[in-house]
Ligand binder design. Structure first.
Ligand code: ADP
Ligand code: MG
Length: 351
């Protein structure tokens, strides 16, 4: 089987020749963003994501929606670190120039930039296959970034919002004859377009969790995969095998998701569908009440779905206490046949 994106990164890029000790670099590859030390009080966060046509967004995606998605998913990585957005660079590659497309794209981008106080810093505009790369820069008080590696046995596992909407939105849109055209007014269609193209980066939620959470990640590839990233990074950091028990019936879903997704598919969509851009957060027992109160003040749903423990691997626990190992995983690039360009297949996961 072909190597997954994570095996390729480890084999070729996460190696001593490229990732070495250097003053000012606090954290390199492996988390949602890198951390650089720039002042005694603040640290800089850097993260980049590419969105390719036919892989991360369907061909023909309307420019205003594409603009929203490409900045929002990047901001989600800053949220995963507990950071405040500062600015972003934009590398845009297009086969031809359409000024009306660029007008709509840039206006929508400006709205998101204003909403999250994240300024355009520069970029690169080139001819080529259609692709948008955004690199976001954020800041965090020194030492307060939320890493993937801080979870320990006994920590509660929480998620913000609900899971499954990203995957359900994609199948809803793909089932329509025109992916992006909602008959007006069609609140259901608008809801799923927003779910896919306008995920809410959980910035205010993660900022109040600084000092309370032991670990965090944003759920871009699916809870199954992203929680395993936390467990693996935390096991390496503490030198002992950690695992997790997830209580299946506690995994939160939206009402819309429950109406749309067949019941027998709901768990799999929520665990491996990806594109939710919610946070998965671990909280040490002594901070759980404070974290729940802090999140309640933001008005965002915050659900305890399990616990980190010392039994290796992630297990799914049903209402009778029966446990089975988690076997499904989230989206991984290069894992299967590549999506055919120009189709709407698999627009999720990040390289
Ligand atoms: P996310 O889903 O949070 O955007 P990814 O799954 O894209 O993260 O990447 C996982 C980790 O691997 C990140 O820390 C990212 O910086 C790192 N990474 C990905 N591609 C490369 C690369 N070509 N070189 C170095 N690091 C990489
Ligand atoms: Mg991430």
């Amino acid at each position: 089987m072909a190597a997954t994106e994570f095996e390729l990164i480890d084999r070729y890029f996460n190696q001593a020749g490229l990732v070495f000790d250097r003053a000012g670099v606090v954290l390199g590859p492996g988390d949602d963003a890198a951390i650089l030390s720039v002042s005694p009080e603040r640290q800089l966060l850097v993260s980049v994501d590419t969105l390719n046509e036919g892989v991360h967004f369907p061909a023909g995606a309307p420019p205003h929606l594409l603009a929203e998605r490409c900045l929002r998913v990047n901001l989600s990585d800053l949220a995963a670190m507990g950071g405040d957005p500062v600015g972003f660079t934009l590398a845009l590659s297009m086969p031809d120039v359409s000024e009306s497309w660029l007008q709509a794209f840039s206006s929508a981008l400006a709205q998101v930039a204003r909403e999250f106080n994240c300024v355009l810093l520069g970029g690169d505009t080139t001819r080529g296959a259609f692709s948008v790369t955004v690199q976001v820069h954020g800041e965090v008080p020194r030492g307060q970034a939320l890493l993937r590696s801080g979870a320990r046995a006994g920590d509660g596992i929480y998620v913000t919002g609900t899971l499954g909407n990203g995957a359900a939105a994609l199948s809803y849109l793909q089932a329509k004859s025109d992916l992006h055209d909602c008959d007006q007014p069609d609140p259901e269609c608008e809801y799923w377009l927003n779910a896919f193209y306008r995920p809410v980066p959980r910035l205010k939620e993660s900022q109040v969790l600084r000092g309370l959470a032991s670990a965090a990640i944003d759920i871009s590839d699916g809870l199954a995969s992203d929680l395993v990233h936390i467990i693996e990074a935390s096991s390496r950091a503490c030198g002992r095998a950690l695992g997790a028990a997830l209580e299946v019936s506690r995994i939160p879903h939206s009402d819309e998701f429950q109406r749309l997704a067949p019941e027998e598919q709901q768990l799999e969509l929520a665990l491996s569908g990806g594109d939710d851009y919610e946070l998965c957060v671990c909280i040490p027992p002594q901070h759980e009440r404070a974290a729940e109160a802090a999140l309640a003040a933001t008005g965002t749903q915050f659900t305890r779905i399990g616990v980190v423990d010392g039994h290796a691997g992630v297990r799914l626990v049903d209402d009778n206490g029966q446990a089975e190992p988690l076997t499904i995983h989230g989206y991984r690039h290069f894992d299967a046949a590549p999506p055919s360009p120009g189709t709407a297949r698999a627009p999720r996961g990040k390289p």
